[in-house]
Design a protein around this ligand. Sequence first.
Ligand SMILES: C[S@@+](CC[C@H](N)C(=O)[O-])C[C@H]1O[C@@H](n2cnc3c(N)ncnc32)[C@H](O)[C@@H]1O
Length: 359
Amino acid sequence: MQLTPSLESLNVNLTDITHHAYETVQRGKHFFAIAHKALSTHIFLGLFPPTQKRTQPLSPEVLAWVQERYNALLETDWQGAERGIYPIDLLFDAPWTEFLQFYPSLWLDSSKMWQRANANMFQEFDAAINLENYPQYYRQNFHYQTDGYLSETSANLYDMQVEILFGGTADAMRRRILAPLVDHVQRNSPSPRILDIACGTGRTLKQLQAAFPTASLFGLDLSESYLRKANTLLIQEAGVLPQLVQGRAEDLPYVENHFDILTCIFLFHELPAPVRQQVIAEAYRVLQPGGMFILCDSIQVADFPGQRVMMDNFANLYHEPFYRNYIEDDISQRLTDDGFELLGVEYHFMSKYWIVRKP
Ligand SMILES: C[S@@+](CC[C@H](N)C(=O)[O-])C[C@H]1O[C@@H](n2cnc3c(N)ncnc32)[C@H](O)[C@@H]1O
């Protein structure tokens, strides 16, 4: 006699349970992000009143648009795992212990960011940081964050800050590069050589590791601290360790035609326009003919003019000196000017994806 009822007898489907679990975790992250933003805004507005109003209220139409696109992203993300594009585990992957560990530091740092924003100070670095090795446009406190991208503290807080900014969807947006890549890999080499340009703390490389276990992975970033953080994340996985290199996206330290695939996530809005073009030229040079390049960054005004107020709020709230230029920039034109063939453009939640091929 069976004492415990089977899942079948309870008419419960494991896939449904996993789907609900995923939705619950995501909605939990979303709720947490909203609560954190509301509480921190309330506290810091009281402690450090801003000298000028920096944001405009969002209309009910814009808020409905955000909600609709958020729901669509979660559904697409779930379906990607269900179709086997990436393992289901990836949907639940997050550095929870680190989030807990560094959450108090996030509050401390938010207070400094708020004060820096009020004083419009964006070139404050610890005296021990040697800025000489970095291009001028990079020597800034992007997002008003302490030490910009150039300290261990900044690297420890970055993933949590981005998850809060995007309501817990940063990884889900990064995962949207995987479906076109899986199609490409199935039609070409099963063990591709993939470079993630501006890999940051390695979240995209981790997803690539999971989706393409036999690929050779490479990551490049300007920040030594972020690369160290990426290394700590990536050594946790079995298999070949991605090769991480400190370097400039606009001067890639690789020979011509070296890679089958290139990815680049959330970099372009932080570059001056001429540097964007240089990065595209470099991407073209190191990609082999027939190779695929996927570029992901913020949505742009031409695609969603009704959401301009949201983009303006972002630019006004965070120190993003090149964002206003980026949202008006014709990236498709830049890509084709350098020889790429545009295969498609996709939009998921707050991000835009250019999928191109080197002929
Ligand atoms: C907004 S973060 C995005 C990081 C990562 N791709 C992600 O998905 O979170 C921008 C990253 O670009 C890096 N970066 C900025 N300018 C760069 C450049 N010229 N070359 C290489 N990396 C750069 C920064 O150090 C930072 O890690």
